[in-house]
Design a protein around this ligand. Structure first.
Ligand SMILES: [Zn+2]
Length: 325
């Protein structure tokens, strides 16, 4: 936030600077901190500032739960106001295979801007985060957001059904009493065929940890390719609860430690599309890599659809039908 200078040691200058620093920022509660070498000055300035802000901005002083933190750098001669972050929770659906979940910096320049990213510093792909941000940031007058998803899906995977739980955290917003129903409608009307959100509500910071640590099952719909297959062979997969050992997939190995995990899955439906294509509906336990469960991932996932059918299969298209929390 902007640093507002305190021009001299007079009370008037302090109040003028406080007014200028707080103007345009919405807060119903606040805390004041003062930095000064002298304890006496610290105490006096803090008390004066609290009284002034209370009466001028009709706001409550609350040192535990505050919406703005006002720092008076008395010795250095300026005031800085930091609004606390606002968190909005909701569910999102994704209807496009070209939209990632979150914003990513360009891999080559890591955000500085280069030829590859056309000097933007970011990957050219759209993301759920950015589509929500585009409408949300201007309303809250926030410069950036953090996006916390309850898990994630790959860019080319649709997120259907009731949607995926997420929290968008608005960093240092100047406005906070936003009508979330209107926000929801605006996001949805501007993003037809891309994404939609529902059930937006304000939440506390601890929700982020909660949704990150909530295990959930998922129902997937997978379109698979194979050399040749019959409905009869597919029937053998249905309704068995399958215990799976899965090592970290080759495609994510570079980013994450190679671990062997035990997962489960149940094939709910298996349907032949033509002799080389079939679709599966799969109920999977938390964190099963489904594309690898289908292919076998060079035997790093055992068993797999490939190993159970005794023929090589690959996932061509994947959708999340439902997240079961
Ligand atoms: Zn770049």
């Amino acid at each position: 936030m902007e640093k507002i200078p305190i021009k001299d040691d007079s009370e008037k200058q302090l109040f003028d600077a406080l007014k200028e620093a707080c103007d345009g920022i919405e807060f119903s509660s606040f805390e004041v901190g003062v930095s000064s070498e002298s304890l006496e000055t610290k105490y006096k300035i803090r008390q004066k500032s609290i009284d002034f802000v209370k009466s001028t901005f009709k706001s409550k002083h609350d040192s535990e739960n505050f919406e703005s933190y006002i720092l008076v750098h008395f010795d250095r001669g300026f005031i800085e106001v930091t609004p606390t972050n606002v968190l909005v929770e909701g569910f999102y659906n994704k209807f496009s295979r070209d939209i990632a979940q979150t914003f990513h910096y360009c891999f080559k320049c890591r955000g500085r801007g280069c030829k590859k990213c056309n000097k933007t510093g970011k990957l050219s792909e759209e993301s759920v985060q950015e589509l929500i941000e585009k409408i949300t940031l201007p309303l809250f007058e926030s410069k950036e957001s953090k996006f916390h998803g309850c898990g994630r899906e790959d860019k080319d995977v649709l997120m259907l059904g009731k949607g995926r739980l997420f929290v968008i955290e608005l960093v240092e917003p100047k406005k906070r009493s936003i009508d979330l129903k209107n926000l929801e409608e605006e996001i949805n009307s501007k993003n037809k065929n891309k994404i939609s959100v529902r059930g937006l509500k304000f939440v506390e910071k601890q929700r982020v940890v909660e949704i990150k640590n909530t295990p959930f099952e998922k129902i997937y719909s997978a379109k698979c390719l194979c050399s040749e297959i019959s409905q009869k062979e597919l029937e053998t997969l249905i309704n068995k609860k399958i215990k799976i050992f899965q090592r970290t997939p080759v495609r994510v190995e570079k980013r994450r430690a190679d671990k062997k995990r035990e997962k489960t899955a149940k094939i709910l439906k298996a349907k032949l599309i033509n002799e080389k294509e079939f679709s599966l509906e799969i109920l999977s336990s938390h964190g099963l890599y489904i594309k690898e469960f289908i292919s076998g991932d060079e035997k790093r996932t055992e068993p797999s659809i490939s190993s159970m059918l005794g023929k090589e299969c690959v996932c061509k298209e994947l959708d999340v039908l439902e997240i079961v929390i």
